[in-house]
Design a protein around this ligand. Sequence first.
Ligand code: NAP
Length: 488
Amino acid sequence: MSVNRENPAVLIIGAGMTGICLVIKLRELGITNITVLEKAETIGGTWRENRYPGVACDVPSHAYTYSFEPNPDWSTFFAGGKEIHEYYQRVFYKYGVNFVTKLGEAVNSCVYQDGQWTVKTAKGNTYVADLLFSATGILHQPKYPDIPGLDSFAGIAMHSARWDTSLDLKGKRIGVIGTGSSAAQLIPELINTPGTDVTVFQRTPQWLVEAKNKPYTDAQKKRFREQPWRMALVRRLSLWTFEQGTSALTSDSWWGSKMHALFAWNAKRYLEQSIQDPLLRAKLTPDYKFGCKRVVMNETFYPAIQKPNAHLVTEGIERIEPTGVVTKDGKLHELDILVLATGFDPAAFMRPMEFRGRDGLSIDDAWKTKVQAYRSLLVPQFPNFFLMLGPNSPIGNYSVIAMSEIQADYCMELVKLWQDGKLREIEAKPEAVQGWMAMLKSKMGHTVWASGCQSWYLDKDGDPLTWPDSWKNWVALMRDVKLSDLVS
Ligand code: NAP
């Protein structure tokens, strides 16, 4: 079968931040035969899905922006979810990504055969592609807690990522399970709603860094518009700070340890200065290393949790009954609404699709022993397929947009090599995959993630699912395409 390598048929699954970026980059290569399949009726990925009160990005707005599409109009230092969603919608239409996007097209299966991918959707449509990109995001599938009786709850129970925006919260008794980044944003909103009584069920205290959120004035926005270097400076400084954080979490070198100690001291000081009651402070004090779980960046949680209508419960949950949550001390906490801010399955890439590579190999079988992808992107036996933001991407607290752009650039380099005939198919050699996994393993022990806490950063073997080295080293690696690692 002859493939038009100059303008191949490209399918992208997902019209979120990464999918939009890919269309723009592919067009820069002159590729126009692109189709984006989006399961929902609107675009925007995580910012469409997460609609809980207080949803925001804890990465500074100017750093959480495409490098090629700065936005002088961000209203605050950390933008809210709605504003970020609107930004993506603007970019989507401005770059004409809408012309190649099919909404309401949930992908059911992707099967590779004879050099092509056949993709079927829930609507019964079939698409054929030469190159396939999964741009479905990392944290997409909600994780529901395995607590006895959860289904018996007679009030309203919902996951933070499945928020019912029509719900009237006023005067309600609300329980929240979880104290991660989502919970820390939504709990203050619930507490500050008139007449509510909010019970927070905390299993593990979180390390929390104060993230002061200031509005940008009209004068500042005007300066950003007229002198774009100002936006670029805010972006660079913000990213530089996060880069130091990444180094502190991934290196036990002298510098890494000092940076780690500084970040930990700062978080501890914030806790001590913010929480007046010593008992509450003790409950909120983590007993594991700073950064072992994803650091929560927030300025509203500590003030809110001290309000009279807020209760922090640390006794542990025994079961859930129709009227509320029973903790291990036997107490029934009666509730009208139960919020499950219990996170996501970080390894559910592509699921629940049926996904088959060469010789009918299913992704479940391919990953039976380990979820792995060469440079986070290329899955052995799944040729001409790119798993965007795949395992061991440098997730954590860094800007996921910056990450996505760099991965997209790397993919474009591979596509160019393939177009030039230097690659028969885009696939990593088995020994390169083994080398990649060995390299990751050798670095993991130096990271704080492997220092003995439980978090979504770890896979089932306790190995970090994140990039275990500095941001700088990751970027250098991604800018260096090693042709010898690829099947030629
Ligand atoms: P998460 O960080 O995984 O937190 C889940 C919370 O639920 C934890 O407190 C966990 O307790 C608790 N939990 C889970 N199962 C439980 C159970 N059976 N019983 C009691 N407690 C239980 O989830 P998330 O807050 O949704 O955040 C996930 C990720 O999304 C973040 O790490 C971040 O990457 C991203 N996010 C980003 C932003 C942003 O502003 N950029 C905002 C929100 C989320 P344990 O700690 O004990 O496990």
